[in-house]
Design a protein around this ligand. Structure first.
Ligand SMILES: [Zn+2]
Length: 408
């Protein structure tokens, strides 16, 4: 039988005192106290699995009341969300728990020259946690942060000259870097490691990497601003499969959704059956490590309603991205009073390519039942057009497959 917890009872149970303390903290939050009234204690995994789950809004309510502070170090405030919802605050102590990550996962070593390409500032955590990991590894660090499109060429030449061996960033941002390098013929032959966090890995990125930096392999982290790093993987693991850290207890609910409970007594955010919205399963990783790994299936919000019909965003985007000359695609729904007025597919094209957008538009209309039916009377409201840049979160560089805009 597949286990539903990432740790066996003999490993997890002695550490549930951390979950009990988190439960006691959550009980002091007036808006949450009632939901925990029937849950007296957490001494077994069964009792833990019976607790109500928390989502981002609950955690924000709890943090507003608790205002956590680190006991022996500074307390950092970060913002989470903003890609798909209103920004929320999360906390972390000095070091961002990365000593615990580094003890189990060492993608970098002293010989590396590491480019930290996660955006710094604006209260996003990724740049700082990657910096803490690189610091622990003792490598050389180039703190690059966000770079505008016009600067890619100069920076890539600099990075090639510095013989960089490692780079880290959000896959959407890395994809822009490597697509540019590939299109302009820049090679990074010394690059061996690509660290990523913040979104799912992207197949197109792997294609561009193979052309630009044939020796490069991916090293992934999975987590959120609420949980911090939950799990990591290596080039031998599938890109969607991560090994949970021993301080993170991962549980798969009967509905297939993942929830996370911290077993780290230093954790400032009250993470107790916290749901990021990701679905997944516990599995055995083909890399050969015997501990249970989690396979992340992604969020369950791929299907949106367009004029009362379900449209699978990921499926449509994948179809468009198979089109020659298309580097990346994004779906934009413009709503008026909750009704989809128009639907645009934005295309980021490969430099020099000019895809036939009218042919593609007609093909998509003919092949997608939702589109042909929803836009039967006003097919002109469904458009496909090339753009210079897709719509992305300026803070994190994350680029969602779907953007919904409300028009007044
Ligand atoms: Zn593995």
């Amino acid at each position: 039988m597949t286990p539903s917890f990432s740790l066996p009872p003999e490993a997890a149970t002695p550490r549930l005192h951390v979950a009990r303390r988190t439960l006691d903290r959550l009980r002091t939050v007036p808006a949450l106290a009632a939901r925990y009234a029937d849950h007296a204690d957490v001494r077994t995994l069964g009792q833990l699995a019976a607790l109500p789950t928390l989502v981002k809004d609950d955690l924000n309510t709890a943090l507003a009341h608790l205002e956590p502070a680190a006991e022996h170090s500074a307390t950092w405030l970060f913002q989470s969300g903003g890609s798909t919802g209103a920004p929320k605050v999360g906390y972390a102590p000095t070091g961002f728990y990365m000593a615990g990550v580094h003890a189990h996962w060492q993608p970098l070593d002293r010989a590396d020259v590491f480019v930290n390409a996660w955006g710094a500032g604006r209260m996003w955590g990724a740049h700082f946690l990657a910096a803490a990991l690189a610091d622990l590894s003792g490598c050389r660090i180039i703190a690059l942060g966000s770079v505008a499109k016009a600067e890619y060429g100069d920076w890539l030449a600099f990075l090639a000259a510095r013989r960089v061996t490692a780079i880290g960033g959000t896959p959407s941002v890395l994809r822009l870097w490597f697509a540019h390098a590939r299109a302009t013929g820049i090679q990074l032959p010394t690059l061996r490691k690509v660290l990523w966090l913040g979104e799912a890995w992207q197949a197109q990125l792997a294609d561009d990497l193979a052309a630009v930096a044939p020796q490069a392999r991916r090293w992934g982290m999975f987590g959120s601003t609420e949980t911090w790093v939950v799990g990591t993987n290596t080039p031998d693991c599938p890109a969607d499969t991560f090994h949970p850290l021993p301080d993170q207890l991962v549980h798969v609910g009967p509905d297939g959704l993942l929830d996370f409970t911290t077993l780290n007594p230093e954790m400032l955010n009250p993470v107790l059956r916290y749901r990021t919205g990701d679905a997944g399963e516990l599995t055995t990783c083909p890399c050969g490590r015997p501990d249970p790994a989690m396979r992340v299936h992604g969020r369950r919000d791929s299907v949106v309603q367009v004029r009362g019909l379900g449209l699978d965003v990921d499926e449509l985007i994948a179809r468009v991205e198979r089109e020659p000359g298309v580097a990346r695609a994004q779906l934009v729904i413009t709503q008026q009073g909750g009704r989809a007025g128009g639907l645009d597919i934005l295309l980021l094209t490969v430099p020099g390519a000019a895809p036939d957008t009218e042919r593609l538009r007609k093909e998509l209309l003919a092949a997608t039942f939702t589109l042909s039916t929803a836009f039967q009377h006003d097919p002109g409201s469904f458009r496909v057009r090339p753009v210079d840049e897709l719509i992305s979160n300026g803070r994190t560089g994350k680029t969602a497959a779907l953007v919904v805009r409300e028009e007044s």
